[in-house]
Design a protein around this ligand. Structure first.
Ligand SMILES: [Zn+2]
Length: 427
């Protein structure tokens, strides 16, 4: 426990300097008492000022040394041991940090309730948001995120007040049933229990809201797998930051989803429908109108659907690719050369294919024809692609093409480039 720390109840205090060191650009000092919470157990430290002699000096950093808070401030040239100062935290910053931190208690509890064997593996929170790393055997998806979010929101709405109880380690263990092992050692001395009615109980030295209703909102806006069954959950509580996440989604993910949907439309006439893609697209259409209202549940529902759409589309594209290959193989396996001679030349006109398709066509033709050169002119995509297994130099041939101006690169075996314009056909 921190010595001389009054910052749980007070946010400003008149106190005295007990020790200090002045460096070139900053001052380090101990105070008789302090309200500044230093970064601890993943919770970011306070901001604020030290007022002295009618001047205000910003806190640049806080650290813990021998259970006391070390204050790093802007340089205070005329400070002395015994100087009377006012220590004042940035209250808005403290509130935001405490809201995120208290929400983290609720999220941690909720994960532990749903998955009793899960373990905390890392934690961080500041004024913008929080992240928790949890090891759990379950696979995390957006459906689970929806459930977690729903439970945490319900807990914040309980209106439970905070109680802080200082007990010794044995009481924490025996009466409150709290785990007091930390890094395989049992904690000793006085411990601080932070309790919100029967909603949440944890050992914690951090700063918290007085009532869970002070947590204005809650959204797990993302998660990721870190390997070894560890998942990182990202959440925010401040409506302003939530709005930023909704905005990011609207600006980045929504256009991507529309693009996928359009791509599907153009493919389905040629390669057939796909039930899963159709289903995900229909779901998006029904929810799009609701999305104008920035609500956490719509956001997460949207994440579920877009994840499903991406997955379905990837599977569909694998199927399309196989069909396309079959089609191209049959189209070009027995193609006749455009020009016969010592070297056979194949000129192929195609429309709006991809690089891998050009390559596949060339490989198919060259495999069946020795001493050959193949070029593909794709006027739709304005692309040129050629490959040679004979004495014709692919790059030279492209670079000095007799009917096209092509800008690109390559070597004697293969070359590709962008078709710039049609030059006059040489006589
Ligand atoms: Zn805490």
């Amino acid at each position: 426990m921190l010595k001389n720390f009054k910052g749980y109840e007070q946010f400003e205090i008149n106190t005295k300097v007990t020790e200090f060191v002045n460096k070139e650009k900053f001052t380090l000092m101990y105070l008789q008492e302090t309200v500044f919470f230093p970064e601890s157990a993943g919770q970011t430290g306070d901001l604020g000022v030290i007022e002295f002699n009618n001047n205000s000096y910003k806190i640049l950093g806080l650290a813990i040394s021998e259970d006391k808070v070390v204050h790093k401030t802007e340089l205070i040239k005329d400070i002395q041991v015994g100087s009377e100062v006012v220590a004042k935290i940035d209250l808005k910053h403290r509130e935001l940090v405490s809201q995120n931190h208290s929400a983290a208690h609720l999220l941690f509890d909720t994960i532990r309730e749903l998955f009793p064997t899960s373990l905390g593996k890392g934690y961080f929170n500041d004024e913008n948001g929080l992240r928790i790393d949890m090891q759990l055997d379950e696979k995390v998806d957006w459906d689970l995120i929806f459930k977690l979010n729903q439970i945490v929101i319900k807990k914040t709405k309980s209106g439970a007040y905070k109680e802080e109880i200082i007990v010794d380690a044995q009481t924490a263990k025996n009466e409150y049933n709290l785990a007091i092992e930390f890094n395989e050692k049992e904690l000793e001395g006085d411990l601080r229990i932070v309790k919100f009615k029967n909603i949440s109980i944890q050992l914690c030295s951090g700063t918290h809201v007085r009532n869970l209703l002070e947590i204005p909102n809650f959204l797990i806006y993302d998660f990721e797998s870190k390997g070894s069954n560890i998942y990182r959950f990202y959440a925010r509580t401040n409506p302003k930051f939530l709005e930023q996440e909704y905005d990011k989604f609207r600006k980045n993910e929504l256009p991507e989803v529309i693009h996928i949907s359009e791509k599907y439309s153009s493919l389905k006439f040629k390669y057939g429908e796909d039930k899963n893609v159709e289903k995900a697209r229909d779901a998006i259409l029904t929810i799009t109108k609701e999305f104008l209202l920035p609500k956490w549940d719509v956001y997460i529902k949207f994440k579920i659907i877009t994840t499903n759409l991406r997955k379905a589309m990837n599977e569909y594209l694998i199927h399309v690719d196989a069909k396309k290959k079959d089609f191209l193989f049959n189209k070009y396996k027995n193609i006749e050369p455009t020009v016969f001679g010592d070297n056979k030349i194949f000129v192929i006109n195609e429309n709006n294919l991809e690089n891998k398709d050009y390559n596949f066509i060339c490989e198919t033709v060259l495999k069946n024809n020795k001493n050959s050169y193949v070029e593909i002119i794709d006027q739709g995509a304005k692309m040129f692609f050629c490959k040679s297994n004979c004495s014709i130099n692919a790059f030279e041939r492209m670079d000095t093409h007799d009917s096209l101006v092509i800008k690109g690169g390559g070597n004697e075996k293969t070359a590709q480039g962008k078709i710039l314009e049609r030059s006059k056909i040489k006589n």
